[in-house]
Design a protein around this ligand. Structure first.
Ligand code: SAM
Length: 245
């Protein structure tokens, strides 16, 4: 039997000024069970302990959408959100559970992960959610996706300038990309600013925080799209990682 996830109501309240409803807690538990089940077929995550899952997959996913400890307001109002390189559904699935008014697209280049995520969405009864199989470099050039999202989330997909090249073309002007990072240095900020100049973005803020159970260091970068991204971005598949901006 799958162990129960901790509730951690006080930590949710203190860190994100939010607490899951009973229904959302049930959905988190169900998600945990489905991920453990999926892990037997696909290598989705090495994080299986309930406390670690709570911190590294649930809390971490939601901390990203709560700069300065408050959920991004547009999430309460039908914001269109894309999770680029979602893998086992992080941060996108916890975000969709916590912000049921948003419309989320879970995108990944690996077909078998997306097929598994379709099962997760259906078993959890999550509407306003769709999946997309493809590479960010290709999807970002397709008119039905380009410049259509209010918010782009991207965790553990590559260096920050690569993440920016994947995310900025997909955002509407004024949209926000959240890049989830572990450590972060001043040198990386300079390189990212240089990439963003070419992509039509700016660094709005960088938040450093420690995770509530294991006290690990994390950073979230909040990138605002302030101008149209030139048509040549994202470059062809593989180029952003081979030759980062
Ligand atoms: N975001 C998830 C998380 O934090 O748990 C998964 C991270 S996993 C390390 C990276 C994921 O990004 C993989 O599922 C991979 O298939 C996907 N990915 C890598 N490059 C991609 C690209 N260019 N376009 C779309 N997905 C990509």
């Amino acid at each position: 039997m799958t162990p129960s996830l901790p509730e951690m109501a006080e930590i949710w309240q203190q860190t994100l000024n939010w607490q899951p409803t009973a229904q959302q807690q049930v959905q988190f538990q169900h998600l945990y069970e489905l991920i453990l089940e999926g892990n037997r077929q696909f290598n989705l995550t090495r994080i299986t302990d309930p406390q670690e899952f709570w911190e590294k997959h649930l809390w971490d996913s939601l901390r990203g959408i709560a700069p300065q400890g408050q959920f991004i307001p547009s999430l309460q109002k039908n914001a269109s959100v894309i999770d680029i390189g979602t893998g086992g559904g992080f941060p996108g699935v916890p975000v969709r559970i916590a912000a049921p008014n948003c419309k989320i697209t879970l995108m990944d280049s690996t077909r078998k992960k997306i097929i598994f995520l379709e099962k997760i969405l259906s078993e959890l009864g999550l509407t306003n959610a769709e999946t997309l199989i493809g590479r960010a470099e290709e999807i970002g050039q397709q008119s039905q996706y380009r410049q259509t999202y209010d918010l782009a989330l991207i965790r553990a997909v590559g260096p920050a300038s690569v993440c920016a090249e994947y995310a900025l073309p997909l955002l509407k002007q004024g949209g926000l990309a959240v890049v989830y990072r572990g450590n972060w240095t001043g040198d990386e900020t300079v390189a990212l600013e240089n990439a963003l100049k070419q992509l039509g973005g700016i660094i709005e803020s960088i938040e450093k925080f420690t995770t509530p159970l294991s006290a690990s260091t994390r950073h979230c970068l909040y990138l605002r799209k302030v101008a149209t991204t030139p048509a040549k971005f994202p470059r062809a598949a593989g180029i952003p990682t081979q030759k980062p901006l």
